[in-house]
Write a protein that binds this ligand. Structure first.
Ligand code: BES
Ligand code: MN
Ligand code: MN
Length: 463
């Protein structure tokens, strides 16, 4: 295959590719908000129709007890060729606060090299580059079918915890049988330093309610003489970390696989610019975290606890002198390799029960069972092949990194019994989950180019 043919095809197709992607981005497929359930279904239907138009011989919408996934299969010409599952998701995060968007989140807008809109980077844009990559690869090689059997699986519940995904994988295990799973839902080191992810953290979430008196009370008549649930919540959550920034749940670190000296050395060799990183961190004014670890180690390989929201009592205009009846908080833990989300949820439950003061009642809810950390062996033939494809597209060395975020990748690897191969072109600065999410169009096109080379590299490597 001539590199130039692939590049020329992608360039020629650029405008149509972006126009189609914008149509998909306009569908507000927010899986976490029940009011948008039908939009997630519309998004699945839209994608299915699109993939049929792209030439996939088999396209199916796979229902779940929740929201649907899309499955599309393009068999290799050679029936003995390897099979590869490509994973992404078509649901997106909520868009609040709306007033901070410079464009409307579901009216995608091209601005210079950027495409702005919810889902542009996480993850519709990254699913989409595969469709262009496959077409470019076929066009350049003159083939009618790809050199490996491609099984595209695009989930609709990733942003709300993939509640039914493991079950879906088990149900369709035979049809999803594969030699590798390509994940396109992560980031690269930077626009000019391409990289591949080798592991993601896990996630455990919990919601705490503390209840005190049956109703709000006058703080003059009763304050200081009965427990205040918001104070109890503040003390409780303040105790989640010690002075060294370590999480205080008993046993929390027991299962964490420690970083080896070799891994720490590799991390330290990456061209990390903390000031630049702080800018991508919403212009945070200082780095912060567990003592004894660097920023990259903290984000990629250490577990954390985070308060995501707390509320209760009077938050409207003016004062209101009360003892509030309830306090609420949402907490999440990022988990490092070795940790189990259910065990951490249990540790948190016990910890809250033990520390709840007399006169306050605590309830801990766990919205889903959490997400396990995942790991990709960098010497697997699939990873090496994908790295060659990335290097051909970017024309430079490809580094290995990890990722602080989470997803159902461990289930994919375990249930399908196949190694994970991360091929993705998002950036830390893409503002995923935040206002003004964007993707760099040149990187999407590079992703398509890498995807075009990927199938022949994998066909050789996985045989
Ligand atoms: N694509 C992200 C995971 C990710 C985040 C990769 C940052 C690389 C960098 C994924 O869509 C995501 O947001 N996952 C959630 C999972 C949760 C909602 C269960 C996450 O990590 O918070
Ligand atoms: Mn994602
Ligand atoms: Mn996400």
């Amino acid at each position: 295959m001539q590199v130039n043919d692939v590049v020329a095809y992608i360039q020629a197709d650029r405008d149509r590719f972006l126009a189609d992607l914008k149509e998909w981005l306009a569908i507000p497929s927010i899986s976490g908000d029940p009011a948008h359930a039908d939009d997630v279904r519309t998004s699945a239907g839209w994608l299915a129709e699109y993939l049929r138009g792209q030439g996939f011989p088999t396209v199916e919408v796979w229902e779940t007890p929740g929201l649907p996934a899309v499955f599309a299969e393009w068999p290799a010409e050679d029936p003995g060729a390897p099979s590869v599952v490509v994973y992404g998701h078509h649901d997106v995060q909520p868009v609040e606060p709306l007033e901070e968007w410079e464009t409307e989140p579901f009216k995608p807008l091209e601005k210079g090299d950027r495409l702005i809109g919810r889902g542009a980077s996480d993850d519709k844009g990254q699913v989409f580059f595969h469709t262009l990559g496959i077409r470019a690869g076929l066009a350049a090689s003159g083939r009618q079918a790809p050199p490996v059997t491609i099984k595209l699986l695009v989930e609709g519940e990733e942003e709300s915890g993939s509640a039914h995904f493991a079950e879906l994988l088990r149900t369709h295990r035979d049809r999803l049988a594969c030699d590798a799973v390509v994940i396109s839902d992560t980031t690269m080191w930077s626009a000019d330093v391409p990289s591949m992810c080798t592991g993601m953290r896990g996630l455990a979430e919990a919601e705490v309610t503390l209840r005190g008196p049956e109703s709000d009370l006058h703080s003059g008549s009763f304050g200081g003489a009965v427990p205040n649930p918001l104070h109890a919540m503040a003390s409780l959550l303040a105790a989640l970390h010690d002075d060294d920034g370590r999480v205080t749940l008993p046993g929390f670190y027991d299962d964490v696989v420690p970083l080896t000296d070799e891994e720490r050395e590799l991390f330290a060799r990456l061209p990390f610019d903390e000031a630049e990183w702080l800018r991508t961190a919403g212009n945070s004014r200082a780095a912060h975290g567990e003592k004894g670890y660097t920023t990259l180690e903290r984000v990629w390989a250490r577990p954390t606890a985070e308060i995501n929201g707390m509320w209760g009592g009077h938050t409207g205009p003016g004062g209101k002198t009360i003892v509030p009846r309830e306090a609420h908080a949402k907490i999440s833990f990022r988990l490092a390799a070795g940790q189990d989300p259910r065990k951490v949820q249990e540790q948190f439950r016990e910890w809250v029960a033990e520390r709840t003061p007399a006169g306050v009642e605590a309830e801990v809810r766990t919205p889903h069972g959490g997400v396990r950390p995942c790991f990709s062996p960098i010497d697997s033939p699939g990873v090496k092949a994908a790295r060659r494809a990335m290097e051909r597209a970017f024309g430079t060395d490809v580094l290995f990194t990890r990722e602080g975020g989470s997803g159902p990748e461990a289930d994919l690897a375990d249930i399908l019994d196949a190694p994970l191969v991360f091929v993705a072109v998002g950036l830390d600065g893409d503002r995923i989950h935040a206002p003004n999410e964007k993707v760099e169009i040149p990187l999407l096109l590079k992703g398509a180019e890498a995807a075009a080379y990927l199938w022949e590299e994998l066909a050789t490597a996985l045989r």
